[in-house]
Design a protein around this ligand. Sequence first.
Ligand code: SAM
Length: 350
Amino acid sequence: MTLVTPDDLTDLEWRWRMLAPPEASDAARAVYQRTRLWTSGNLPAVDVPYDAQREDHWAAAARIADYAAVLPEARTVVDIGPGDGWPSIPLARALPHARVTGVDPASRRTEVCAANAVRLAVMNASFVTASADALPFDDGTVDLVTAAASLEETPNPESVFEEIARVLRPGGVLRASYQVWRLPAPEIETVALTEALDGLLYVYARRSQTPARERRYLLLLPSDGVAAEAHREALIASADEPRAYGETLLRPGSLLGVPLIGRLAPLARASMVVELRRWTTPWLVEALRAAGFRDVRATQHAGDLARAVARRLIASGGAEAVAQEFEVLTRALGEAAASLPGEEMVTAVR
Ligand SMILES: C[S@@+](CC[C@H](N)C(=O)[O-])C[C@H]1O[C@@H](n2cnc3c(N)ncnc32)[C@H](O)[C@@H]1O
């Protein structure tokens, strides 16, 4: 399904649609299924042990403590969209009496997750290839559902919320992180040149504040020959351009936009478009209530809280002195975040 109206297209979108008519896809198929490693082999406590000198490790440990503290007695935990095993694998370690099942429609992701769990001997985490809008669990059988940056990647969030409410038992809890859609401008265009499992990708993303949405176009190119050369040249040309959201900001008249799609389109093996609605906190709270959750609270993000503390400790040289207390401190930060009103994390009780 696409929300595009013909008078609502940028120059690049017009050109793209003319030269390489895109097939409507979803994020799991278009992006996550073709990504070798989502976390680039750097998943704290999964790929590398926690290090008290690293701000991101404080954030990761506090986030796991947050998820684990929601229902410490939980036996059945479902993690939506685990990527490479986050938070499923460290959470399974933190809750040794629970069985954690990660659910992701991209089989590539569940394969990477399962391999990580085996490599780390985390026996109480397993993974199934399925979509969050059709969870393979009976009604009222799950204690805790977790999600990290994944609910907003699903094509139809309302039906996903209803599905999560269906599988949770009464009193069961959803604890999820989500991205608040707050753009620095009413509209942002970016491009990215990346490598995928089955070829090279030229990606164009158009983000708008109102309506809150992201439209992402992907052009799949062969990994060798003329296409690879053009891709490499464009990658070099993009190196000094300003960036946003980890991608290259597309400036008016840039060679990385209309001229590049003109070069690459004839070489493409596939062209796709993914359209995702983006969220504000009031929208999310209302949508969860409408799906049948009785107590919905947006809270602070444990990672942000822990980062703020870690930054000061590391800068003052105090991180080393408290390294022995890393676990206790990150647990306290994680538990505190869930009780503080804020944004980017939500708790919803069934
Ligand atoms: C931004 S990644 C986050 C991965 C991981 N949770 C993390 O924080 O590193 C989004 C994840 O959601 C998954 N996803 C996309 N559509 C989904 C759906 N319909 N149901 C469940 N997961 C989905 C993707 O395949 C991907 O693994």
